[in-house]
Design a protein around this ligand. Sequence first.
Ligand code: DGJ
Length: 719
Amino acid sequence: MPVEWNESARTWTLSGGDVSYVLHRDGQDRLLHLYWGPRLPGDALRYEPSDYHSFASFDLPVSVLPSEIPVCGTGWFGTPAVGIRDEKGAEVVDLKVVSAEILPGKPLPDGLPAVYTEADTEADSLAFCLEDAVSGLQVTAVYSVFSDSGAVTRRLILKNAGNAPLMVTSLLSASVPLWQGNLDILHLNGAWARERRPVRVPACEGEFRISSARGASGHEENPFLALCERGADEFSGQVWSVNLVYSGSFLAFCRTDIFGHARLSIGMNPDVFSWTLDPGESLTSPEAVMVFSASGLNGMSQVYHRLYRDRLVRGTWRDRSRPILLNSWESAYFDFDENRLLEIARKAAEIGAELFVLDDGWFGKRNSDNCSLGDWTVNPEKIPSGLKGLSDQVHDLGLQFGLWFEPEMVSPDSDLYRAHPDWCLHVEGRPRTQARQQLILDLSRPEVQDYIIDAVSGVLSSSGIDYVKWDMNRNMTEAFSVSLPPERRKETQHRYMLGLYRVLEAVTSAFPQVLFESCSGGGGRFDPGMLYYMPQTWTSDDTDAVERLKLQYGTSIVYPASAMGAHVSAVPNHQTGRTVPLKMRGDVALGGNFGFELDPGKFSPEELEETRKMVLRVKELRDLTRTGTFWRLLSPFAGHITAWAFVSQDQRKVLLCAYSVLSVPNSAPVRVRLRGLKEDAWYETEDGRRFLGAALLYQGITLPLRGDFDSFVCVLKSV
Ligand code: DGJ
């Protein structure tokens, strides 16, 4: 039974895979958290108040109570999951459980991205209704547990069932007391061109917070936070984690209480969010995905990978091999015309690429990044045949044709801005802060959303486009919509996200055959919210292969390889100036959605030949990298050798990838132990060497790496 109610203990136990999550309705109808960890039978736990808090004379019981939905003003002193300001300016809530309902499958929120089920047997759900009698606030807490993995999702729906407006000042999607301490915090930190580096620090007294107030999930932090047992590593130990299915500003934190016990929370960032609920109105929080693993970080990541690959990503491309693309950005930047593009496309076809992507610079009068965003009509001086003409010629080469857009933006120097100067985020009477010489369209406004839907759809329906790169290259300033009254202006960022999701739903569902890839200055919006609409994301603007080891490794903590754009670029690399051999560049890129970010016309005949072979190999391996179980084996953050592997679901095929960055003199050969194989199966390498699964698992395989920037990619098949 995935959701069990135990009448005598007044507990609900949600179970799936090897995991249980247990809640309790206490004698005062408060909803308490009892447990999240290895699977337990539904009658295993009893709530004993003395087990859960001490009554030191000064402490209010509520401040240390394992509340499942901590609220403001009644004794909880941290950031509440639900904070409300009433008409009188008071911030007090007291939630009592009124009812609970067990539901088959997983209900979906309206207008927000979420993981889903395809059959009711895949998950079960539990919806609690809680009420604050004085204000009339109703909170519905919707939990779902996935039967195979034990991943739990939660979202809150707030409804004003009272007679006066209520302002939501705090809204957390998940807030879980773990009732233990001595844990480490893991988060994914970064910056432009070096996103999602795993950082692990001990959870200490007080509070550890990560957040974004940028109006995007951001390059700096990912909406993900995990707590790990001190000894937990990639392969063993307990890990609890939360990830927000949202692409805007967020807050995640670990708060340690007076007993040293940690609480893990994630949700809206109250610095840039509030929301007024008039009587009768509702607001739904983004969904949090909560993953527990008793088998270390790889175990946790594998749950996210599978769930996101199979039940977050949607549409035609979810289960299909992704085309090998060549993107014009690093080969031409803004400096191209139709002939030059066709030259590059011709070479792309010669090396076996399947999709040619025209990046920035094709529209308005854009020859640098200082104009024309918003004017989504082709520049006839650069492309005299028009987009349809160009796309036909690219199709004639046997390639698909893709196009870059940055639809959420407007350049001050554009026809759109001249026609609608008030359509951007701004505050009357204040300068409009520009970044990359552009402003952000106010997507909280329906007329702006409609403009974007029409402009992008117009191009897609008339020009033979097979792929779209949807970019977003700056963060929000003056993020207060002029269309909202003053008391509602702090709703702008969230209204923008709801508007963006409406636009993405409209465009992607109108063009189901088009492959969409999201991008935000590289990986500034690499989050589950975007993956719900677009199955892949451009991982980073840093295309250097050595840096990509860290990028792909760090990104894989949460996101599957099938979500990562991974391209071979020219040397010296444009971001780092480093020269890495073509072989290693290819061997790194084959760990994601493979492509090129270079002009193959500049290749020597030998390089062309090597690239052709590389492409053929990627075509053979791409289904395995898309659907296989991904194992991180050796970390690029720990030493000069990185290794990872993809193991097919039937455990019969393994792709082992290993890389050496700088060689170390007088060092022993490095052996790596494989994971996820059958002990008693024999595996054979492409050069005919045979290994017993148990030997690969427990003794490992020696990596024949030599010298700087060397790589070893090897397929083993069971015989
Ligand atoms: C940022 C993206 O990450 C790049 O790949 C490229 O598309 C540029 N924008 C174009 O302006």
